[in-house]
Design a protein around this ligand. Structure first.
Ligand SMILES: Nc1ncnc2c1ncn2[C@@H]1O[C@H](COP(=O)(O)OP(=O)(O)OP(=O)(O)O)[C@@H](O)[C@H]1O
Ligand SMILES: [Zn+2]
Length: 724
């Protein structure tokens, strides 16, 4: 008897590799097929993977595939993407596959909705009036849902059931409707201005070419980048292909969705963590069947099974939110470029403040570059000024300086809106004992507890620990001695209430605007001028378009510069420029005031002069000689354990086994800035190499030289963005 064929099956589990299985008689499978296989005593879903099974494996060790699922097979381009991400991030391929099979119920046969169809021609004489009305609705062969029949005939559900019992109707599955209406590429949208049209033409051509290409779309805030890349989406639709748009904060993108509907007539499919499991299932399936034509989502949307992806747009490409820091650690912007290459699709990276990585790729010609130099509709860029807090100190215990207070009052007097920006939730970032100097710290993390006065809690923003503010100092027992240090948005709100008791205020932070509905309502209220003063964190910085907002006051412009990691200056300028860009987007001129203790800092200078290009050139000149990214490569190892000594020991072992050589350097081990996080002690090592050296083989060999005990976890972060 001939041996049955063997195939490799990748399981969505953190295993080192695919497993071999035997294909039973009567079944034929090809790579990409979704199958059910035995694993221990269980059955697991898996995907028939590429490559040959091991012929040396003895027959008795092999088990049979249970069966193939009636689900769309995984495309070759997605399988290659899974492999690529796994090898780049040093993750088990099954852990990456898990992200691509994120809605397992979508793989099962989809339930058919029951309906009714005519069983035999009705004999009018034997029918009541209401029964006749129901039957009159059904053409021969048509299937209609019971509830719809009853409603259309104006009868109770009992009448329909009665007709079935009497043999006039028989059950039949409803034809499956489309889950998502098709966006219409030629639906009349806003007419583009001349420069927008030229930019859109370039993007459209890159999609029409049906090959891999990356284009950077930059443009000042309010120049209409969204409307311009919509034309590329339209082109993908015309070509019959799918388009994926990644947004950093999809749950807060109400205005973006409105604009999409205005341009294409219908809403796009959505993908983010807050979808119900039913919506996930329907959406996953609609993507796999090519029914969902345009999907807008968070980074995990990259792993959806698009059969024919023509375009990926990464909006706000500089955003650090695209970096996933847990599990498979990957940067969605970078992986979007890879996904596009493997799918022979066009990729558009969009930002008013692109990352140095992307800018450098545009400069070297790897990416094409399209720029919009003007705001749409003749709006001017805002005036930006730095307010020296040493010369204009706020009153004791206050945080707004007199010139900013005046500017806000003047804005209200003109009937316009003002925004106070502070990237800090809660009331105060630290609570201190006036008597002994004790600071309230999280028991699980090396961070201060943040006071949330409205909830009367001290909270850790890392692990969620929360406690009531104590009456007496936990260290020295002094009563009423604990005082808040520094401001959060709640404290700015308190000051604003004292200054402008009549102003209508809205606080926008992730805890006050928890989801899409709240964000949409906030946007509506602001646009309808039901709000005078906005106070908010970074969730207010991007994308929003509020026609009557003319003043932006940055309460603490120096905030992001502390700590001084590699990208602190770059990130600060990006964030503050984005916030500044919310001012004066229509007819009235906007102005921006940056409260700072160091207005001479290059970041403040660049924001004031508007010369971001100059700033990025200087930044690049600083990073180049030391081979810092993007002119060199970095990978971090984060060693963590609940036992401090175990973490130290493994970190030391890794340090001793570190690779070295020309153009290779290892920094550390050193305690991480967050040396304790969620009860785990953390140590970091950083591998830095020249750009022409691949870090993955070095990392693999390095890790293989060290035995890591069970109590210790070593997380690999290739191209780290955060250094905490
Ligand atoms: N051609 C156009 N016709 C009508 N309205 C337009 C046009 N172009 C842009 N707009 C409008 O101008 C505003 C700014 O556009 P958009 O938000 O796309 O700019 P942006 O470049 O993405 O800005 P930011 O970087 O600040 O988010 C939006 O309200 C948009 O609908
Ligand atoms: Zn904590």
């Amino acid at each position: 008897m001939n041996a049955r064929p063997r195939v490799r099956v990748l399981l969505p589990l953190p295993l080192a590799d695919a497993y071999d299985y035997r294909v039973p008689a009567g079944l034929e499978v090809v790579p990409g097929d979704i199958v059910l296989v035995p694993l221990g005593k269980r059955e697991e879903l898996g995907v028939v993977w590429d490559g040959a099974a091991d012929p040396a494996l003895p027959e008795r060790k092999l088990r049979d595939i249970v069966g193939r699922l009636d689900a769309p097979a995984m495309t070759g381009s997605l399988r290659r993407f899974v492999d690529w991400v796994a090898q780049y991030t040093l993750s088990p391929p099954g852990a990456v596959l898990r992200m691509a099979l994120s809605s397992p119920s979508a793989l099962e046969p989809q339930p058919l909705q029951p309906g009714w169809t005519l069983a035999e021609p009705p004999e009018a004489a034997r029918l009541t009036e209401s029964r006749r009305r129901v039957l009159a609705l059904l053409a021969p062969g048509a299937v209609v849902a019971g509830t719809a029949l009853a409603e259309a005939a104006g009868v109770s559900a009992g009448v329909v059931r009665g007709l079935a019992d009497a043999g006039f109707l028989r059950p039949a599955p409803l034809p499956r409707g489309r889950a998502f209406a098709y966006p219409a590429p030629d639906h009349p949208g806003p007419a583009l201005a001349e420069d927008q049209r030229a930019a859109a033409e370039t993007l459209r051509a890159s999609v029409a070419a049906r090959g891999f290409a990356v284009t950077l779309l930059t443009g000042v805030t309010g120049s209409g980048k969204t409307e311009v890349y919509f034309e590329a989406v339209a082109e993908a639709l015309r070509a019959g292909r799918q388009a994926l748009v990644l947004l950093p904060e999809i749950a807060l993108s109400a205005q973006w969705l409105d604009r999409f509907r205005a341009r294409f007539g219908v809403a796009p499919a959505l993908w983010h963590s807050e979808l119900t499991s039913r919506t996930r299932r329907v959406t996953w399936r609609a993507v796999a069947e090519g029914e969902a034509k345009v999907l807008v989502g968070a980074r995990s949307a990259l792993f959806l099974p698009f059969p024919d992806l023509g375009l990926i747009v990464v909006d706000e490409e500089h955003e650090t939110a695209f970096k996933q820091e847990e599990g498979v650690v990957y940067h969605a912007r970078d992986m979007a470029v890879v996904r596009a290459r493997l799918a022979a699709a066009s990729c558009i990276l969009v930002s008013a403040t692109p990352s140095l990585e992307t800018l450098t790729n545009a400069e070297t010609g790897r990416y094409a570059h399209v720029h919009l130099a003007q705001r749409h509709g003749g709006a001017a860029m805002p005036d930006v000024a730095a307010l020296d807090l040493r010369r204009h100190p706020p009153e004791r215990g206050r945080f707004l300086s007199p010139p900013l207070i005046e500017a806000v009052a003047a804005t209200f007097a003109r009937g316009e809106q003002a925004m106070l920006f502070l990237n800090r939730r809660g009331y105060a970032p630290m609570t201190l004992c006036r008597t002994c100097g004790h600071r309230m710290q999280c028991p699980n993390c090396s961070t201060w507890l943040v006071e949330h006065r409205a909830q009367r809690r001290l909270q850790c923003h890392h692990c969620g620990h929360s406690e009531a503010p104590p009456e007496t100092c936990p260290k020295c027992d002094a009563p009423h001695s604990l005082v808040p240090i520094g401001p959060g948005v709640e404290r700015v709100l308190e000051e604003a209430i004292a200054l402008w008791p009549d102003a209508r205020r809205l606080v926008m932070a992730s805890d006050t605007i928890p989801g899409p509905a709240a964000a949409a309502e906030a946007a509506r209220a602001i646009s309808a001028r039901e709000v005078d003063l906005l106070i908010g964190t970074q969730i207010m910085a991007k994308g929003w378009h509020f026609p009557h907002l003319t003043l932006v006051g940055v309460v603490d412009a120096d905030l992001g510069l502390a700590g001084g990691d590699l990208r602190a200056a770059e990130r600060t300028i990006q964030l503050l420029h984005q916030v500044a860009g919310r001012a004066g987007r229509e007819s009235a001129r906007g102005s921006v005031l940056l409260q700072s203790f160091s207005p001479e800092h290059p970041v403040m200078q660049a924001l004031v002069s508007g010369d971001l290009d100059g700033f990025m050139r200087a930044e690049s000149a600083q990073r180049r000689p030391g081979h810092w990214p993007p002119f060199g490569r970095l990978a971090a190892l984060i060693v963590s354990s609940e036992e401090e000594r175990a973490a130290d020991r493994t970190a030391r072992d890794l340090g001793a086994a570190a690779p070295h050589g020309d153009g290779v350097q290892v920094l550390g081990p050193a305690p991480a800035p967050l040396a304790l996080l969620r009860g785990r002690h953390r140590r970091r090592l950083l591998l830095k190499t020249r750009r022409d050296i691949a870090v993955q083989p070095l990392l693999r060999e390095w890790l293989a030289r060290v035995t890591v005990p069970n109590a210790v976890r070593v997380q690999v972060d290739v191209d780290p963005v955060g250094f905490l």
